[in-house]
Design a protein around this ligand. Structure first.
Ligand code: NCC
Length: 436
């Protein structure tokens, strides 16, 4: 009898405390949601989104509204009213946990480190960085923490999966089905300003194959990396946007075969696209996102940044130039692939140029070394190797689903962890070597 009373007592207590815990969780989530709506959150990643979109932090009151407009990107168009967020303390503990500790020096191997010691440093770092990427990915999927903006009207109808449930080979086989297409002359029925007349007759490197290819992410971690010679030893080198080589050769090399540019770089005055030498004597591949379901014609009529006049002008000035435009539908095919293989909801924004670069090279190369995309022990808060600005969002992602891109890229990597986390590159097999 006594045992029965005790059991009932324990049971009632369990139910009571369980319910209290559950209500506390709901309550704290609710207040975090309210804080987000009223713009008083201090979540590190939310601040970074703010920073990323506007170019300064919420409490940086020196910036004027005009500067704000200049730095606004993609979906936040000029008529957005920007309200400065007050920097307040959260009323409830931050359930996201601490920001990633970017003091990664202790994981760097030195000459006098034994092989074993270096391997364990690499392993420790790997666990830390992957955990952080996973945390960001989970946060992105939590609509209570992150805004559920959907500027491209993405209507994903697939089934979210988890790449960990598949083998790297299965992932590669799925990826192999996606063809990143560039527009050819016949694809466009003249189009705006007779664009069709200026497009190349063939696709990008249609009849060429390369053995070794390098993708140079523009990450701050390339600074002092001394990777220049290694990068230049590849048959093809792909770089992004306005990332320079001049003055940075020891770290990033001097060879450039392809430059992948987002449409801001092609269209905005500050990048001086038509004049700058950086965009001469290289193959250029530019991309601009369409709406998720848009047809090619709809995009041609209404690109996000109007890159066609500049495209045509460039082709007029450089008749033989190899300048390609990505078919925007390929961007969303890649996005679908990533969402099909990510357990949580991805940001409804296009992938970064980095993952697109990989998609472009996979059919062309025997193998691809991707430099400082999966962060190595050199990672700091620095955004780019060519610019002293600190912004960890560039590495972990806030606008593009970078965390998902990087986790998946690491999963299909074929080289040892020491190379990935100490030397700073992953190696991905070209499609030719993937037998499905
Ligand atoms: O910064 P960005 O990217 O030009 O970098 C090119 C690619 O390198 C990888 N990267 C970069 C920095 C970092 N710390 N880690 C990284 O892994 C990413 O894969 C990235 O794609 C872009 O993708 O085109 C992007 O372009 C910039 C910007 O438009 C251009 O640099 C021109 O100024 C975007 N930033 C802003 O618009 C503020 C960025 O969102 C994406």
């Amino acid at each position: 009898m006594r045992a029965l009373v005790v059991s009932i007592w324990v049971f009632i207590n369990l139910v009571f405390f369980g319910m209290c815990g559950y209500m506390y969780l709901l309550w704290s989530q609710y207040w975090m949601f309210i804080e987000r709506q009223t713009g008083t959150t201090t979540s590190t990643y939310d601040q970074q989104i703010y920073y990323y979109n506007r170019g300064f932090l919420p409490n940086d009151s020196n910036k004027t509204h005009n500067e704000t407009k200049l730095r606004i990107k993609h979906s936040l168009k000029d008529n957005v009213t920007v309200t400065l967020i007050k920097n307040s303390k959260p009323r409830f503990p931050n359930l996201q946990g601490r920001e990633f500790e970017l003091d990664t020096k202790k994981y760097i191997c030195f000459k006098n480190d034994s092989f074993k010691n270096c391997s364990s440093k690499s392993l420790e770092f790997k666990e830390k960085i992957l955990k952080e990427l996973r945390r960001v990915l989970e946060d992105e999927g939590n609509v209570l923490k992150i805004s559920a903006e959907n500027p491209y009207n993405v209507q994903y109808k697939g089934t979210k999966g988890n790449f960990y449930d598949k083998t790297p080979k299965e992932i590669m086989c799925e990826l192999k089905k996606i063809q990143v297409k560039t527009l050819k002359r016949g694809d466009v029925d003249r189009g705006p300003h007779n664009l069709g007349d200026f497009l190349p007759k063939r696709g990008l490197f249609e009849n060429r194959k390369f053995n070794s290819c390098a993708i140079v992410a523009s990450a701050g971690a390339l600074k002092d990396s001394n990777l220049g010679k290694n990068i230049d030893a590849h048959d093809l080198v792909l770089r992004f946007n306005h990332a320079p080589t001049k003055g940075f050769e020891p770290d990033v090399g001097r060879k450039t075969t392809i430059r992948v540019l987002n449409s801001q770089v092609v269209t905005r005055k500050e990048f001086n696209f038509l004049e700058s030498d950086i965009y001469k004597n290289v193959t250029i591949v530019a991309w601009d996102p369409s709406n998720y379901k848009a047809t090619l014609d709809e995009w041609l009529e209404k690109p996000e940044f109007n890159l066609f006049p500049t495209y045509i002008e460039y082709k007029k000035r450089n008749v033989k130039a190899r300048f390609f435009l990505i078919n925007p539908q390929s961007l969303w095919e890649l996005w679908d692939f990533l969402q099909d293989n990510s357990p949580s909801r991805l940001r409804r924004n296009p992938l970064s140029s980095g993952f697109l670069g990989l998609g472009i090279l996979l059919p062309l190369c025997n193998f691809i070394d991707v430099f400082e995309y999966v962060p190595s022990t050199r990672v700091t808060k620095r955004c780019h190797y060519y610019d002293p600005e600190d912004n960890p969002a560039c590495t972990f992602g806030v606008w593009h689903p970078l965390a998902a891109e990087k986790l998946l890229t690491y999963y299909i990597n074929t080289i040892d962890d020491r190379t990935v986390f100490q030397d700073g590159y992953v190696r991905i097999s070209g499609f030719k070597n993937v037998k499905c």
